[in-house]
Structure formats: structure tokens, C-alpha cells
Ligand binder design. Structure first.
Ligand SMILES: NC(=O)c1ccc[n+]([C@@H]2O[C@H](COP(=O)([O-])OP(=O)(O)OC[C@H]3O[C@@H](n4cnc5c(N)ncnc54)[C@H](OP(=O)(O)O)[C@@H]3O)[C@@H](O)[C@H]2O)c1
Length: 285
């Protein structure tokens, strides 16, 4: 029996990974790691083992990884703490004799100019020195990041950004979960996968598709990075978040969220979900 474990299992990606793993493995082979195991009681009822694990608590990681063979390390969300936290997971995985670890990084991590890429690049370097057998699963931006506020966009007939004509290779969380499970179950290790969506799109194409589905004209309004940060603040985002998102959008204009790789559909065994379907699902509510 192979034991598969998933960190960050309470998160939006982690839950989809558990759902996908349940289609491919016996529940007894699956271990979900969570700071709050009670949050996964529905999965425990399906026969998955749920164990307490906190990236900040090495002893909890040592206990949680006992008997685990193959581990998916989903990156944490405590920006600024993650290199250390991920290092804690690696140390525990080494002690536990984990035979394979897959880490969720970001597209083109080592060359990326995205502010959020730095911790992923450092984590990749830590993995290289860890002595573990590992793969890097470099993730694009989630398609879902773009459809959270379609109602006001349709109402005002405008979608704002700073990405110019940049092409974005986003993918849905469900597709990324399927790709991650493909790697967790079948990849030998030693690989860096760029998990881009099959079809990249521009913000102007995105706005046109939203308009088509809503049957109302919706234009893409390209702003400077500074003006887009102000637009996001005006929509209620805290200034540091607005600055980060505006920077990401601006850099997307230079291809920082783009990859031609087809690794994702290869690993998941199916074409990725087009952005039009993600828009349709969001509009249905
Ligand atoms: N590609 C993208 O567009 C994108 C966007 C946002 C984030 N991300 C990255 O991708 C990861 C997964 O995405 P997501 O949508 O699933 O994010 P999410 O819903 O915020 O989930 C984050 C997960 O990390 C867990 N976590 C945080 N700190 C932890 C700690 N100290 N110890 C153990 N677990 C901890 C959370 O556990 P709790 O339930 O206990 O909080 C949660 O399960 C994120 O954490 C982030 O690194 C990617």
C-alpha cells in the first residue's frame, strides 16, 4: 500500500486535491494534513485519515508524516514566512523517509519578476539541497482569480487591469488539483512541471467573452500600474494587496503569467478548462 499525504488540505486547492485523490486511490491510502483536523470531518467520514500538522510546529509535522510515502506540499499563504515553513516540512519528510515530494510553486519561478515568486524560488532551492526525491509543480494564476467580481464589471461595462496585451495561461483550481494528483500518483520525481492552462488569453479577450455571455458590452480598460492600484483600492482592497495585484497585472503584460507548456493537460490526462467555462460557471453563481 502507498500512503499519499496532502498538506494545506483545508484550503480551496487542497480540498479539490482530496476529491481527485478519492477517485484514484483507496481512502485508507490518503492522509489529509490540516492545522484544524475538525474542518475535514466530512473527509474523515469518507475514510481519509486526517492528521494535525502546522508548518510552524516541526513536532506536529514529524508525527503527521509517519508512514507517508508520497507527499504533496501545497505552499502556505503566510507571505514572508513560507521559506522557513516549507523547510520545516522538508526536514520532517526527510526524517519520515518520504520517497517523493511534490511542491506547488509558481510559473517560471527562478526567472519570474513577480513579487510573490521570490519565496517559491527560495523553496525550490531548499528542495534541491534537501536530499529528497521531488518534483516542482509550477502553477499559473488561478482562473478563478478573475471571475470574483463579474457582477459590477458587467454593470459598469468595464473590466480594469494593467496587463496590456499580455497573454495569461491561467488554469482552474480543479484542473491544477487533477495535475497535482497525476504527479503525486505517477511521477518518478526529478522534474519541473509548468502547469499552464492550454489556452492563454488577453484581458481584452476576457472582457469580450464576459460581455458575450452577459449579452452586454464589456470593455477592457488598460490602466497604468499606479492607476490600477488606485482602482483596486477604490474597490475596497487594502493598499498592500492592491499594490501587489497591480504589480502582478502590469508584469503579466510582459509575459510573467504566460507559459506555452502543456504539462498540465499531460499530467491530468485531459484538456484544461477554457476561461469561457470558468466565466460561465461564475455567472451561473
Ligand atoms: N496560483 C494562484 O493564483 C494562487 C492564488 C493564491 C494563493 N496561491 C498559493 O497556492 C496555495 C493554495 O491555494 P488555495 O487557493 O488552496 O489557498 P487557501 O484556500 O488560502 O489555502 C491555504 C492552505 O494553507 C494552509 N496553511 C496556511 N498556513 C499553514 C500552516 N502554518 N500550517 C499548515 N497549513 C497552513 C491553510 O490552512 P488553514 O485552513 O488552517 O488556514 C489552507 O489549507 C496558497 O496557500 C498560496 O501559496 C496561489
Amino acid at each position: 500500500m502507498t500512503t499519499y499525504a496532502v498538506t494545506g488540505a483545508t484550503g480551496k486547492l487542497g480540498r479539490l486535491v482530496l476529491d481527485e485523490l478519492l477517485l484514484k486511490a483507496n481512502p485508507r491510502e490518503i492522509v489529509a494534513l490540516a492545522r484544524d483536523p475538525a474542518a475535514l470531518s466530512a473527509y474523515a467520514q469518507k475514510g481519509i485519515q486526517v492528521r494535525a500538522a502546522d508548518y510552524d510546529d516541526p513536532a506536529s509535522l514529524d508525527a503527521a508524516l509517519k508512514g507517508v510515502n508520497r507527499l504533496l506540499l501545497i505552499s502556505g499563504n503566510a507571505v514572508g514566512q513560507r521559506e522557513r515553513q516549507h523547510g520545516n516540512v522538508m526536514a520532517a519528510a526527510k526524517k519520515a523517509g518520504v520517497s517523493y515530494l511534490a511542491y506547488t510553486s509558481v510559473l517560471n519561478a527562478q526567472d519570474s519578476k513577480l513579487k510573490l515568486a521570490a519565496e517559491h524560488a527560495l523553496t525550490e532551492k531548499l528542495l534541491e539541497g534537501s536530499g529528497l526525491n521531488f518534483d516542482v509543480l509550477r502553477m499559473p494564476w488561478y482562473s478563478e482569480n478573475y471571475v470574483g467580481a463579474l457582477g459590477p464589471s458587467i454593470e459598469h461595462g468595464a473590466i480594469y487591469g494593467a496587463a496590456g496585451d499580455g497573454r495569461l495561461s491561467t488554469a482552474s483550481r480543479a484542473d491544477l488539483a487533477a495535475g497535482a494528483v497525476g504527479a503525486l500518483i505517477g511521477s518518478p520525481g526529478g522534474k519541473t512541471y509548468e502547469l499552464a492552462g492550454d489556452q492563454a488569453w488577453t484581458m481584452a479577450e476576457f472582457a469580450a467573452e464576459v460581455g458575450r455571455q452577459a449579452d452586454k458590452p464589456v470593455a477592457y480598460v488598460n490602466q497604468s500600474e499606479a492607476d490600477y492600484a488606485k482602482t483596486l483600492e477604490g474597490a475596497g482592497l487594502p493598499p498592500p494587496v492592491a499594490t501587489l495585484l497591480a504589480s502582478t497585472s502590469y508584469l503579466a503584460g510582459f509575459g510573467e503569467l504566460y507559459s506555452e507548456s502543456k504539462d498540465l493537460s499531460t499530467l491530468s490526462g485531459k484538456p484544461t478548462t477554457p476561461i469561457s467555462e470558468t466565466i460561465a460557471a461564475a455567472l451561473k453563481g
